[in-house]
Design a binder for this molecule. Structure first.
Ligand code: IMP
Length: 192
């Protein structure tokens, strides 16, 4: 069975990848007996995803995947974008979400989630897969599912926020779900 490493220690992400990568042995930073520094100093989702995956590939020389994601708010010049996890430092998402709501008041409310998966194959070649989902910033937080910006991310086809739908409904249309499906298709098609 082919092994694919994931350059993350986030248990939620590892589980999501494991569910999709049937027929592969999926390992993560938790299975490593050494501590490695995962770098993230790019200015695009693609750069960051490749950078994180390469940090692990350079140690293992085995296939590695990594993802980088975030929310782009059009009225905020597409911020927080690649800085979504670090934006406003240690503030809670309650505070961050309210700040976004305040920022878009009286302006265009469109926003999107972006996820880029980088796959470094056995030869060290990088492949990237981008998934996006378009939405709007809701006027107030709604729902308790999901995480991060989901309570304010209104998804028009569902007529509610992504924090107000099941995991299954979110994964069916999400940026991460789309990027993952593109990656799996390519993996099978090209026998990467
Ligand atoms: P990453 O782990 O460096 O890719 O950081 C992604 C960050 O973007 C998260 O910490 C969240 O702030 C935000 N984000 C990405 N995807 C989602 C999502 O599906 N729901 C809510 N927030 C998300």
């Amino acid at each position: 069975m082919k092994t694919i490493w994931i350059a993350t220690s986030n248990a939620h992400k590892v589980e999501e990848f494991k569910e999709m990568l049937v027929g592969y042995e999926v390992k993560s930073l938790k299975d490593l007996d050494q501590k490695i520094e995962i770098e993230e100093n790019g200015t695009t989702f693609e750069e960051n995803a490749i950078c994180k995956a390469m940090s692990l590939y350079n140690v293992l020389h085995e296939p590695v995947i990594s993802d980088d994601s975030g929310i782009e708010v059009d009225a905020m010049d597409k911020k927080p974008g690649v800085y979504s996890a670090r934006w406003m430092g240690d503030q809670t998402y309650e505070v961050k979400n309210q700040a976004i709501i305040d920022n878009v008041k009286g302006k265009v409310r469109t926003a999107r989630y972006v996820c880029v998966i980088a796959y470094i194959d056995e030869q060290g070649e990088a492949h990237t897969y981008r998934g996006e989902v378009e939405g709007e910033i809701n006027s107030h937080p709604v729902g308790t599912n999901g995480f991060g910006y989901d309570p304010i991310f209104y998804y028009p086809p569902y007529q509610t926020t992504l924090a107000n739908v099941s995991d299954e409904k979110k994964n069916a249309i999400s940026h991460r779900g789309k990027a993952l499906r593109l990656f799996i298709e390519d993996l099978k098609e090209k026998e990467l």
